[in-house]
Design a protein. Structure first.
Ligand code: CA
Length: 233
């Protein structure tokens, strides 16, 4: 069963970008633009995680967070606040209202996704896989170790993130631009050819044997679904 994430955010492009990336990781996502509307909808359905913008029409994210904490059904709902303000006192206020974590806009997408996973792992330890497995590959998100056929592989930090990114969605084809967003983050400028360089390094680090990464001509790369389904063969 897919974990359910609700995004309350009035900046539509940001809400769409978050939705797209969360869905790519397999979450079920809905988006709400107004604080007051969110309050009503959260009375009907409680998601597994709430991404809550600070400044919202209707009622503010802070106020909504405070109200949610007063209700039994949402008292322990994991909440990550999205805030455009960076002042330390404001951050403290954000947490004082009961949010579990916060990120300051503009944030790095890989970092936000990592926090979403970390919070869900704490809240729903059985539902979030710490270890991704495909074929004879095992990637441990917590220890950052990768094994192939039981032998430990030595990957650089970027190659690790790249493999994790691809392994999360076997079969899905990612463009170089999507990989840059997902692995390097939006705010870092790197050339699309950088992706090819790191895929090359990753392939080398994965060693001999079947190549789990498929180059899709004219599109990008994907984690080979057949490899993922191949068991230890
Ligand atoms: Ca806003």
């Amino acid at each position: 069963m897919a974990l359910h994430v609700t995004i309350v955010e009035d900046e539509e492009p940001l809400a769409l970008m978050l939705r797209y990336n969360l869905e790519a990781e397999g979450y079920r996502v809905d988006t709400i633009e107004r604080g007051d509307e969110a309050e009503i909808r959260l009375r009907e359905t409680v998601p597994d995680l709430l991404l809550l913008d600070w400044m919202l029409p209707g009622i503010s994210g802070i106020e909504l967070c405070r109200r949610l904490r007063q209700r039994e059904a949402t008292r322990s709902l994991p909440i990550i606040m999205l805030t455009a303000r960076g002042e330390e006192s404001e951050r403290v206020r954000g947490l004082a209202t009961g949010a579990d974590d916060y990120v300051v806009k503009p944030f790095s997408l890989p970092e936000l996704m990592a926090r979403v996973r970390a919070i869900l792992r704490r809240a729903k330890p059985d539902l979030i896989a710490t270890v991704l497995k495909a074929g004879d590959l095992e990637l441990d998100r917590e220890t950052h170790r990768v094994r192939r056929a039981g032998r430990e592989l030595h990957l650089g930090p970027t190659e690790f993130k790249l493999l994790e990114f691809l392994m999360q969605s076997p079969g899905r084809v990612f463009s170089r631009a999507q990989m840059l967003d997902g692995v390097w983050g939006r705010d870092i400028y790197v050339d699309e050819r950088t992706v090819d360089v790191h895929v090359g390094r990753l392939r080398k680090a994965l060693g001999r044997g079947r190549d789990p990464i498929r180059t899709v001509r004219g599109s990008g790369y994907s984690f080979d679904e057949e490899f993922a389904g191949a068991g230890a063969a």
